[in-house]
Design a protein around this ligand. Structure first.
Ligand SMILES: Nc1ncnc2c1ncn2[C@@H]1O[C@H](COP(=O)(O)OP(=O)(O)OP(=O)(O)O)[C@@H](O)[C@H]1O
Ligand SMILES: N[C@@H](CCO)C(=O)O
Length: 313
């Protein structure tokens, strides 16, 4: 459970007085998540999720909340922020920026089958297309600049082998020319635990707090690494085929995306290897928190370097 900031019912009552969503009936800390503090909040008028932003700059938050509102308005299933009485989405509680979103139905899946994967591929293409009419741009907060800076803070904590791998992969990524690839709004963290399903339909995407303007292909690489490989490295080709076929029917790939695919898979593995290493060696303090193992991403990165996969077979 990641609850870094504990709230009382008085705290939540005070927050709710700024919204027109009824009176507090029930609340509980959510037993998942890594970055932020999340609570389920039930009121007399509905069910909501309250997020306290633990690590984000307040200046970044309007981008995420306005984007979630924009996408929901265009029918992309996803967490939809609740407006305050004054029309804004951003609140403050317990010294943190905070937001309420509608609580989505459905649940995330540990082992999605190809039909779930096809639904995901279609939804991600819709997300990318809907993002084209979103006017704001924000850079990837976990892009290569962040990875380079984090390498410096990690230096004394890594084995010689990990350090050499990290240095070599960063050098490769710095040299790779991603400029010909199409860009747009991406979610940038579409792991299985950020996609809720009802039956075989995507009922919602959650956790847009790494969303940014970057290469569309990066979203697919993040997805491929998490949805289409078991923790022991076994590839799941049917899952990948279902995602990519559903996606490209809605947004065909540019030739440069085929060429860049092996490098992009490596970039996605690198990003989450490094963020997990940082969480591992420099954990946030909190009441009840958890971390994810960095090692599977080091292994996946090595596997992609040794045997570059293809985007389409
Ligand atoms: N809008 C929502 N509707 C229903 N459940 C939600 C919603 N938002 C979050 N949840 C639940 O809360 C859990 C934690 O949320 P989330 O993944 O956003 O945590 P986080 O710490 O902000 O992100 P991360 O783990 O990616 O760092 C989710 O796994 C899900 O069970
Ligand atoms: N989805 C990330 C955590 C939040 O960014 C991971 O699995 O490492």
């Amino acid at each position: 459970m990641s609850v870094y900031t504990r709230l009382t019912s008085e705290d939540i009552d005070r927050l709710l007085s700024d919204y027109a969503i009824g009176e507090l009936e029930y609340f509980e800390g959510i037993s998942e998540g890594i970055t932020n503090t999340n609570y389920f909040v039930d009121t007399t008028l509905g069910r909501w999720v309250l997020t306290l932003f633990e690590a984000l700059e307040p200046g970044e938050l309007p981008f995420y909340l306005n984007l979630m509102d924009h996408l929901a308005g265009l029918g992309v299933p996803g967490a939809h922020p609740v407006a305050r009485r004054d029309g804004g989405f951003l609140s403050h509680l317990a010294g943190r920026p905070a937001a309420l979103v509608y609580r989505l139905r459905g649940r995330s899946l540990v082992s999605p089958d190809p039909a779930h994967c096809a639904a995901l591929g279609a939804t991600v293409a819709e997300l990318h297309r809907a993002g084209e009419s979103f006017p704001d741009r924000q850079a990837n907060s976990r892009g290569l600049g962040w990875i380079e800076a984090t390498r410096d803070t990690l230096a004394g904590h890594l084995s010689a082998g990990d350090k050499a791998l990290l240095d070599d992969e960063i050098a490769f990524q710095q040299a790779f020319d991603y400029a010909p690839l199409p860009c747009g709004v991406i979610h940038a963290d579409l792991f299985r635990d950020n996609v809720l399903f009802e039956d075989r339909h995507v009922s919602g995407l959650i956790d847009f707090y790494y969303a940014c303007y970057d290469h569309w292909l990066f979203d697919l690489a993040v997805i491929c690494n998490d949805w289409c490989y078991r923790p022991n490295g076994t590839h799941l080709p049917e899952q990948w085929r279902a995602i990519v076929d559903a996606y490209r029917r809605r947004r065909p790939f540019a030739p440069a995306e085929n060429d860049a695919w092996p490098a992009m898979l490596r970039a996605a593995a690198l990003r989450f290897w490094v963020s997990r290493l940082a969480d591992w060696h420099f954990p946030q303090s909190g009441h009840d928190t958890h971390q994810k193992d960095p090692q599977p991403f080091a292994e996946l990165l090595i596997a992609h370097r040794d045997a570059p996969p293809r985007l389409l077979n």
